[in-house]
Design a protein around this ligand. Structure first.
Ligand code: LIP
Length: 275
């Protein structure tokens, strides 16, 4: 796809994300059915309805685009032969949504062979929509936005992170890393939505975000926003990002290596977990 084609596709993604977000908002704080996919991993009827809408609309508007949805709608896990895929999280932050917390978002991300190219994140309860194409910039509610310019982690940076459902109590539960970074930076936020954490990194609210063991739909859209906004996104070992690995460090680029080194040091150099 050319950059112009990606820009056109991102416009379609924004319209679809807006429709899906409006549908999800109808169920916000309405006490709908909540189901368990795992011990603490939830799914609601609105996750399923949102993904159905997104897959239906995208299949009509962009025939041939491989769609990989969190809840299994779309084309399944295999992207198209030339490697393009649209990863769909119908509600990122499902636990927040199920509990009536406003930090949840519809996230759509276009990647080629796991590399983020374009993304849209829409947080309906916050009425905030971010869209971006790598190489063409990032918008928040239609206004250009960029990553922050804070150059030091130490006492300057506001960071974000999260904790996977399936690593509680394990050596990869990210708790030691949370404590080490908290002791060095200005503060850490844990909002429970990777897509929203990445969108807030793209618009300069956060200076950096890291997390392990995510799924490609959690991070594909937001990672594209950070790159489009002039930031840096890498695997936690510093190599280039592949959203299918589920681990990432996203930042304004200025604090990237300082934070990556601190995380690695806290783990005693043990390899970072990957899917
Ligand atoms: C969530 C992520 C969040 C992570 C949670 C969960 P979901 O996605 O967005 O960053 O910490 O464990 O994976 O399951 O709410 O779509």
């Amino acid at each position: 796809m050319t950059l112009d084609e990606l820009v056109e596709l991102t416009g379609v993604l924004a319209q679809v994300a807006h429709k899906a977000g409006a549908l999800v908002l109808e169920g916000y704080r309405k006490g709908g059915a909540v189901h368990k996919k795992g011990e603490i991993d939830l799914v609601t009827d609105f996750d399923l309805a949102s993904e159905d809408l997104i897959v239906r609309e995208l299949s009509q508007a962009c025939p041939g685009l491989a769609i990989v949805g969190e809840e299994g709608r779309g084309d399944g896990a295999e992207p198209a032969p030339e490697g393009y895929a649209c990863y769909v999280d119908p509600i990122d932050g499902t636990t927040n949504f199920a509990h009536g917390h406003p930090f949840f978002a519809v996230s759509l991300g276009v990647c080629r062979d796991g590399a983020p190219l374009a993304g849209v994140v829409f947080a309906p309860a916050l009425n905030a929509l971010w869209s971006g194409v790598v190489g063409r910039g990032c918008l928040r509610n239609g206004e250009p936005c960029q990553v922050s310019t804070r150059a030091r982690l130490l006492k300057d940076a506001l960071c974000a992170t999260g904790f996977g459902y399936d690593v509680v109590g394990s050596a990869d539960d990210n708790v030691r890393e949370f404590a080490a970074v908290q002791a060095r930076c200005r503060g850490i936020r844990r909002c429970g939505s990777a897509a929203l954490d990445l969108a807030l990194t793209a618009d300069g609210t956060y200076d950096a975000y890291w997390e392990y063991l995510l799924r490609p739909w959690d991070l594909a859209g937001g990672a594209a926003l950070v790159l489009a906004a002039g930031g840096k996104v890498s695997d936690l070992d510093g190599t280039s990002i592949d959203v299918r690995h589920g681990a990432l460090l996203a930042s304004n680029g200025l604090v990237h290596e300082e934070l990556r080194a601190l995380l690695s040091e806290t783990r005693g150099g043990r390899p970072f977990p990957a899917r």
